[in-house]
Design a binder for this molecule. Structure first.
Ligand code: SF4
Ligand code: FES
Length: 369
């Protein structure tokens, strides 16, 4: 058998062929859509990531063509490689959905549901996951974990109570930036992201920890509380950067650049840049280039239409041709009429109505006028 023979795998009744060594998660991502299990700790470009959060559990109904016995326990799809003839169930398995509900319940034991004030809301993987698999109430009756505050420097804010200990930010510091000053300290229920003896995270590429954090544990101090992400408009832009590829996404409100991030793919992972290198961006692009004139804007970013960010975000926008300047020879109107004063229709002062306007009190006021 040649080493590169493709392997057949069936996931949720769809059969595809993949290279040997492909994980079930990546095979499912090739099919796409809901067949791909959620992943909170795996990150394609970060070596050794995965195997921590258990959100990607799937059922292996047949191990391989040679040994079609089912695997007795659910397996982490990000860490299990495909065998020829393997049959996998994700959304078609009751056991998987039940386990995923349990995993979300565990993740939410200590994670506060503070989405209304969290900067990650609208692009948080745990928020999506709890929306799909979470319960309305918690069965946990004990005290939640609390932590001493750690200051990570002028750009990155840590909210340890939101951390799900996925290790992605630790791998970014190890593999992407020039040095790592933070890690997971302690064990078990005491485990936390921290720097050992207060240190700042301040080397060139460390801002990427914000992009990989699946929750709102690490957020951008320059964007904190500035806006809700669904009110901003993401556009692709680039600049001639001496440190990174300079290919970014700007999150704009009007002409103001509120936030700069790396560009992400459909799985929420940082995309490759156009020259094929990983698309990690440097701190200067992320935190300091906040003027429109710093960038060449390419156009609106593609936003998944299921994302809340697609609200009010339109591509290929066609502006209606304005009538006023056309009929007025290019000039803006100098005088605007108050429709209430000149129309006979709007003769009711709504502020005179006590309580909400209904057909009853509206008619009374109209009569008295
Ligand atoms: S801070 Fe974010 S990226 Fe780092 S381990 Fe916690 S959840 Fe993961
Ligand atoms: S994504 Fe597989 S265990 Fe976290």
């Amino acid at each position: 058998m040649s080493e590169n023979k493709l392997l057949k795998v069936t996931i949720d009744n769809i059969t595809i062929e993949v290279e040997p060594g492909t994980t079930i998660l990546n095979a499912a991502r090739k099919i796409g859509g809901e067949v791909a299990p959620p992943a909170m700790c795996y990150y394609t470009t970060l070596k050794d990531s995965g195997g921590k959060c258990r959100t990607c559990l799937v059922e292996v109904a047949a191990g391989s063509a040679a040994d079609p016995r089912p695997m007795p326990k659910l397996v982490a799809s990000c860490r299990t490689t495909v065998m020829d003839g393997m049959v996998v169930k994700n959304i078609t398995s009751e056991r998987v959905l039940d386990a995923r509900n349990g995993v979300v319940e565990f993740l939410l034991i200590n994670h506060p549901l503070d989405c209304p004030i969290c900067d990650q809301a609208g692009e948080c993987h745990l928020q999506d996951l709890s929306y799909e698999h979470g319960k309305g109430a918690s069965r946990y009756e004990f005290k939640r974990r609390t932590f001493d505050k750690h200051n990570l420097g002028e750009y990155i804010q840590l909210h340890m109570t939101r951390c799900i200990l996925c290790y992605r930010c630790v791998y970014v510091a190890d593999q992407v930036s020039t040095e790592r000053k933070h890690g997971i300290l302690m064990r078990g229920d005491h485990a936390e992201i921290a720097t050992f003896i207060e240190q700042n995270l301040n080397n060139d590429f460390i801002g990427n920890v914000i992009d990989v954090c699946p929750v709102g544990a690490l957020t951008d101090k320059t964007f904190r509380f500035k806006n809700r992400v669904w009110f901003t408009k993401p556009v692709d832009a680039h600049c001639d950067c001496e440190t990174c590829s300079g290919e970014v996404q700007l999150w704009m409100r009007g002409d103001e650049v509120l936030r700069v991030t790396a560009r992400k793919d459909e799985w929420g992972e940082v995309k490759q840049s156009s020259n094929g290198t990983p698309g990690w961006i440097c701190n200067k692009c992320r935190f300091e280039r906040k003027k429109v004139s710093d960038w060449v804007i390419e156009g609106p970013s593609k936003v998944n239409r299921h994302s809340v960010i697609s609200q009010g975000h339109y591509e290929h926008l066609q502006k209606p041709s304005e009538t006023m300047p056309r009929v007025m020879g290019g000039r803006d109107p100098k005088l605007l009429m108050d429709i209430k004063d000149i129309s006979e229709v709007n003769q009711v002062e709504l502020s005179e109505i006590k309580g909400p306007a209904t057909s009853q009190n509206y008619k009374q006021i109209k009569k008295s006028n």
